[in-house]
Design a protein around this ligand. Structure first.
Ligand code: SAM
Length: 282
């Protein structure tokens, strides 16, 4: 019998940001697809809030440099992974659960000539297919919200990091104002599960074996970013309807409006966390 598709995989298989959308946009811009540079993708392949600037800050928190071995958990189309490799010359491994995104990420990386530095592995954040201490830094952006066992995933990040290695990630956070019905809708519509508060995440990081834990509330910054993203989505209506159909366009518009409303009401927000891997468990 076929195994059911996990909700997070289904959500991203139908998501408006995809390899196809990136390639179509490049064609419309008149780019020669055989001669692409990593920079040609920068406006198109980042599926998080705050664009490249947010990746820069995260990389600084993770103390990434040319010698780093970086794991990007929930890497999507590997946009942040390619940017880190290009900007710092670091070797980056992206990990994502969605098979289409993983395959699309590999093709985009090959198109811009970064396959030497960036590899994509399909896998689950809750059970990382890597040996202990394989990386010096772990990053993740707006992906852990989909992962049911967050302490399991963070413990896995700790396991694959060298002692003293750094983790830096951003994610949605909830406040006590979020109602049970709203929480259920986020789960049903956006595959957002076991959402954490700021303090909740800090406690999970400590349980997973991290120290020097720092948390920054990004909620105020995200409100403007989210409104602009929604406007941009609506601005590309004709293109999205042509690719995915009116029903899918409307569905995504509705759920994104609901999501932005929760952030505006202070029920949902965003935060960036960073921490240092403690001694490996014996
Ligand atoms: C909002 S996208 C972020 C992509 C990327 N971090 C970026 O900033 O461009 C979230 C990603 O998390 C991935 N994901 C969801 N659950 C996952 C899991 N359990 N393990 C690995 N990846 C997962 C999804 O497939 C999706 O590509």
């Amino acid at each position: 019998m076929d195994r059911p598709v996990p909700p997070a995989v289904d959500f991203y298989s139908r998501h408006p940001i995809s390899e196809g959308q990136v390639v179509d946009a490049l064609r419309r811009q008149g780019k020669d697809l055989e001669r692409l540079q990593p920079e040609d993708l920068y406006d198109l392949d980042q599926d998080h809030y705050g664009g490249l600037e947010a990746v820069e800050v995260l990389a600084r928190r993770a103390r990434i440099d040319a010698a780093s071995r970086v794991l990007d958990v929930c890497a999507g189309l590997c946009g942040p992974a390619r940017f880190i490799a290009r900007r710092w010359g670091a070797r980056v491994t992206g990990l994502d659960l969605n098979p289409e995104r993983a395959a699309g990420a590999r093709r985009l990386t090959a198109r811009v000539g970064l396959a030497r530095l960036v590899r994509m592995v399909r896998g689950d954040a809750q059970s990382l297919p890597f040996g202990a201490q394989a990386f010096t830094a772990v990053v993740s952006q707006e992906g852990l919200l989909h992962v049911p066992d967050k302490v399991g995933a963070l413990s896995e990040c700790r396991r694959v990091l060298l002692s003293g290695g750094r983790i830096a990630f951003s994610d949605w956070i909830v406040t006590p104002r979020l109602g049970d019905r709203e929480r259920r809708r986020l789960e049903e519509w956006m595959a957002a599960v076991t959402l954490q508060s700021m303090d909740g995440y800090k406690a999970l990081l400590a349980r997973a074996g991290f120290g020097a834990i720092d948390a920054e509330d990004l909620s105020a910054e995200w409100i403007g970013i989210l409104r602009r993203r929604l406007e941009m989505y609506r601005g590309r209506r004709a293109d999205t309807v042509a690719r995915l159909g009116q029903a899918r366009y409307d569905e995504y518009d509705q759920l994104y409006t609901f999501f932005v409303g929760l952030v505006e009401a202070g029920k949902l927000g965003g935060a960036r966390f960073s921490a240092t891997a403690g001694p490996a468990a014996s």
